[in-house]
Design a protein around this ligand. Sequence first.
Ligand code: SAM
Ligand code: SF4
Length: 332
Amino acid sequence: MQTLALSDSYGRVARDLRVSLTDKCNLRCTYCMPAEGLDWLSNDALLTDDEIVRLITVGVERLGIREVRFTGGEPLVRRGVVDIVSRVHALADAPEMSITTNALGLARTAGALAAAGLDRVNVSLDTVRPETFEAITRRDRFHDVVAGLAAAQDAGLGPVKVNAVLMRGVNDDQASELLDWCLERGYELRFIEQMPLDAQHGWTRDGMITADEILAHLSATHTLSPALEPRGSAPAELFTVDGGPGTVGVIASVTRPFCGDCDRVRLTADGQVRNCLFARDESDLRGALRAGADDADLARRWVTAMAGKLPGHGIDDPTFLQPDRPMSAIGG
Ligand code: SAM
Ligand code: SF4
């Protein structure tokens, strides 16, 4: 079988596939979506479990994909998630698999996900105060997330990573508290700069807590030193905390973009390839697949979709336009 590479005209090669399993979610994080939710994709528009597994198989067998991360919306609300993981794990050259989740329901499914072949989880948690959690997510579910994290750790889905977004006047004074809580439990915390990808278009540059601010907050209580391990294509800049072994990461997508080292490609829940989180164009694999395209044809279309990847996200460019599809319908 001929193997192609998902390369672009700037010499980058995508090997890390982010698959959104659904655009639906059981939380309503204010930086992500409005209180009333969104117009969800119809069932017909969503890829079926078989279609998802087929496209991932094309990526792994023909296009050099080595890592698959499932995301959402909230990936655990998709009923077939354990089965999808298990079928991808059964591929001859199975990729590393992880999931980015809000952890609701993870206490129940962590064991099954690990048994199906999932390697790791990233859990999104922005605060360890139940009342702040409810203010951010608009749901009183803090303790479910804590239980989900513990279950993931017990199931061997580690190292468990925690993703946090800080918001001015909401939880930006809680960075050190969250770090201490994660260090005590052996979770690896990474702060993500808020990006202009919210459905409500409420992002402003002044409102965003920058990497510099995050590091200043943390440095008030901890000694941070740049970690020695090479960063490669990883989005997080890592720091050891108080001499280690604990670390903290900062994903400064806006103020310190890492587009030049990007090795990611995204597949939406309705079967569109996005060559960048911020892409304004998508390539429709679902239509081709349902029209009877064979695997070699799907692979060629995917290669074409990647070739046009832009050098950077252009947030700082005056002509920047937020993509039509919000973060919850792309996945993190
Ligand atoms: N529902 C899952 C979760 O929350 O982990 C997966 C999907 S969510 C869109 C993936 C990640 O994107 C989460 O860590 C979330 O905090 C982050 N996120 C959502 N909106 C964001 C924004 N506007 N800027 C930066 N990160 C954002
Ligand atoms: Fe849901 Fe994740 Fe968006 Fe929060 S960040 S609303 S958990 S998709």
